[in-house]
Design a protein around this ligand. Structure first.
Ligand code: PEP
Length: 257
């Protein structure tokens, strides 16, 4: 297994106001040692309204935590009321931005074309996209989950160079496992994530495929993280619900112990 630094990313979704965000980041920073934060990269993904507070705290105290946003506009700054440009996120010191989360796809009708434009907008602003792909229950029951998820990957990366794809983090999040308490078995997650890596190899070459970090997301909890992380192609987790509870997220980040 090529060495890829594990990445644990907490997707706070539409939770945690900016005051609670400060408290949550402080708890993470207080609990996790510098050594632990070297071994595992830990990232928080707050709502837009909390980013400035999180930036001030992390930068001011030189905390070894990363942060990013949950979405961005595909457009450059301009007349797009209510939207947030990648350049604004970069200016706030974000390293990461989630793109194509299943909740955006479902509630904001984001298709692969929009997702591809957002991946490009992220890369153009030197943000690392955390590109989410994953099938719904019907697709899984029809046995189409690998083909469906690989097609989402192809769609999102269409037009990108190998250099660009080398900067992308992928997250496999089966929709039926998000927020439901149903986790994919480690073998199920490995099946799809292995196929995603194989596709990266086919399309962009060995060095991109070997270096790319591919996360699993969907009801990751302290008690199932180690077995998921033991799979050869799984490099980390995108964590929703459990990332809102400091002790749980810390335990997830400590899965090796
Ligand atoms: C998510 O939506 O990114 C997610 C993984 O949520 P949860 O951990 O709550 O299933």
């Amino acid at each position: 297994k090529p060495t890829r630094r594990p990445l644990m990313a907490g997707n706070w979704k539409m939770n945690v106001n900016h005051l609670d965000a400060i408290a949550l980041v402080q708890k993470l920073a207080f609990s996790l040692s510098e050594q632990e934060l070297e071994a595992v990269e830990v990232v928080v993904l707050p709502a837009f309204t909390s980013l400035r507070s999180v930036q001030t705290l992390i930068d001011g105290d030189k905390l070894k935590l990363g942060y990013g946003a949950q979405d961005l506009s595909p457009h450059k700054p301009g007349a797009y009321t209510g939207d947030i440009a990648g350049s604004m996120l970069a200016k706030l010191g974000c390293q990461y931005v989630v793109v194509g989360h299943s909740e955006r796809r479902a509630y904001h009708a984001e298709d692969d074309t929009v997702v591809a434009a957002k991946v490009k907008a992220a890369l153009d602003n030197e943000l690392t996209p955390i590109l989410c792909v994953g099938e719904g229950l019907e697709v899984r029951e029809a046995g189409e989950h690998v083909a469906h998820t690989v097609a989402q990957l192809d769609g999102a990366l269409a037009g990108r160079s190998a250099d660009e794809v080398g900067k992308v983090v992928v997250a496999y999040e089966p929709v039926w496992a998000i927020g439901t308490g149903k986790t994919a078995t480690p073998a199920d997650a490995q099946e799809v994530i292995g196929a995603l890596r194989a596709r990266l190899r086919e399309s962009f070459g060995d060095s991109v495929a070997d270096a790319a970090r591919i996360l699993y997301g969907g009801s990751v909890k302290p008690n199932n993280t180690a077995e998921i992380m033991a799979e050869p192609d799984i490099d980390g987790a995108l964590v929703g619900g459990a990332s809102l509870v400091a002790d749980d997220f810390v335990a997830i980040c400590r899965y090796q112990q």
